[in-house]
Design a protein around this ligand. Structure first.
Ligand code: ATP
Ligand code: MG
Length: 380
């Protein structure tokens, strides 16, 4: 593990602290599919300037550090938050709802790393198929920070984006320093190398941003899309995120379906967002009622469904279907899910239209057990 200290440029004392605090974990399952990586670790917590999910890898091309994707702070009210935070112009981008993957190039291949710092076999296979590696040949020090969206997602299943699975770059950053390239660079690169970027919806003066954002967010919400991320054109000021009411409701729907597996804070923060949005949008009685109904249904309906399921002798699960080109990568992905601590029941893989298909149900153990316990007559 000496190479980690070396790559992070730590003095011996800091290196020792890193070990004592036990925040380094293996980031990769050794396999031919990952042949350019000799060994890799990830940070399980923020350490000094290094974000959680930072990866330190020994590759066939030498040591590599891939910084974790930084947290994006959230505005609870658009005004005066945006006006206070930004300098002059702002860029309003769509916030896509999938999972975060950093795409890098090591040795002779593309690799996809999850937010927490795992090399994901499924995402890597898709990235190698869908992303043009010439970008990395021209810019070896950069990574593409992408949202991976679609219905064939191992983590966040959404139907609204058209394709079963797709990559949208939202930031281009230096792997080692996390310095973000200006938005213009991202737009040009997307044209030149042919990758998608998260839609840039508007560029405007920060003084009117709250008005434009409200309009955009209401429209996106109606289309089942998540919300926006507001950015500085030069990416010198940290971005801010803001989401649609429908998306908050959809998160709550998910969280209450699995109410005992989710942190109370996840639920509370989404309810509080609705309070601030309703206040800021100065809603009529009818609009407030619509919001209240959406919020209430998002909380109650999935809970009742989960209770019925367990009452009927079933488990509470989240179901996924993924397609792989390679059967070996499929098996590797199953191992990876275990490593990530996901409790899943797998179907027997089958071959269909040129793909190995894996179906799995993620079992929400805590929620299932809690409901079952209560239904037997036990007390909360
Ligand atoms: P965070 O830890 O960043 O606060 P989180 O893990 O709770 O966030 P989200 O609330 O989904 O996640 O918000 C941040 C995430 O949004 C980013 O990590 C990224 O994956 C995703 N995202 C989608 N579209 C964009 C975009 N256009 N710009 C930046 N991030 C985006
Ligand atoms: Mg997200």
């Amino acid at each position: 593990m000496n190479f980690v200290a070396q790559a992070l440029n730590l003095n011996p004392l800091a290196a020792k602290r890193l070990e004592e605090r036990n925040i380094l974990r293996k980031a990769i399952i050794p396999h031919d599919f990952f042949s350019d990586v000799i060994d890799a670790f990830k940070l399980d917590k923020k350490f000094g300037e290094f974000e959680e999910g930072t990866v330190i890898a020994r590759t066939t091309n030498g040591l590599e550090v891939v910084r974790g994707y930084p947290k994006i702070r959230r505005a609870l009210t658009l005004f005066p938050t945006l006006k206070r935070h930004f300098k002059r112009d702002v860029v309003i981008e769509e916030k896509m709802n999938g999972y975060n993957a950093r795409i890098v190039y090591f040795g002779k291949n593309i690799y996809a790393i999850t937010r927490r710092g795992f090399f994901c076999p499924y995402t890597t296979e898709k990235a190698r198929e869908m992303i043009n590696e010439s970008f990395f040949k021209d810019h070896p020090s950069l990574m593409l920070c992408c949202e991976v969206v679609g219905s064939e997602s191992p983590f966040v299943v959404k139907d609204v984006y058209g394709k079963p699975i797709d990559f949208y770059a939202f930031d281009i950053r230096e792997k080692k320093t996390n310095r973000a390239m200006p938005i213009e660079f991202k737009e040009k690169a997307s044209e030149e190398y042919g990758f998608n970027i998260a839609p840039i919806l508007e560029v405007c003066d920060k003084k009117v941003a709250h008005l434009r954002c409200r309009e955009i967010v209401e429209k996106l919400g109606g289309e089942g899309r998540e919300g926006i991320v507001v950015k500085d054109p030069r990416m010198e000021i940290p971005p801010i995120k803001y989401t649609a009411s429908q998306s908050n409701a959809s998160d709550l729907n998910y969280a209450f379906r699995f109410f005992n597996d989710y942190a109370k804070d996840f639920m509370l923060s989404r309810i509080v967002r609705e309070g601030f949005q309703s206040f800021e949008f100065n809603e009529s009685e009818a609009e407030l009622e619509e919001r209240a109904k959406r919020l209430g249904m998002a909380i109650l309906k999935p809970m009742v469904e989960s209770i019925s399921k367990v009452a009927g002798g079933e488990k509470v699960t989240e179901d996924h279907k993924l397609r792989f080109k390679s059967r070996e990568v499929l098996e590797l992905f199953k191992l990876q899910l275990k490593k990530m601590g996901v409790e899943a029941e797998f179907s027997e893989p089958y071959f269909e239209d040129g793909y190995h298909v894996l179906e799995f149900s993620r079992v929400m153990v805590s929620t299932t057990d809690k409901i079952s316990h209560l239904l037997k007559g036990n007390l909360w």
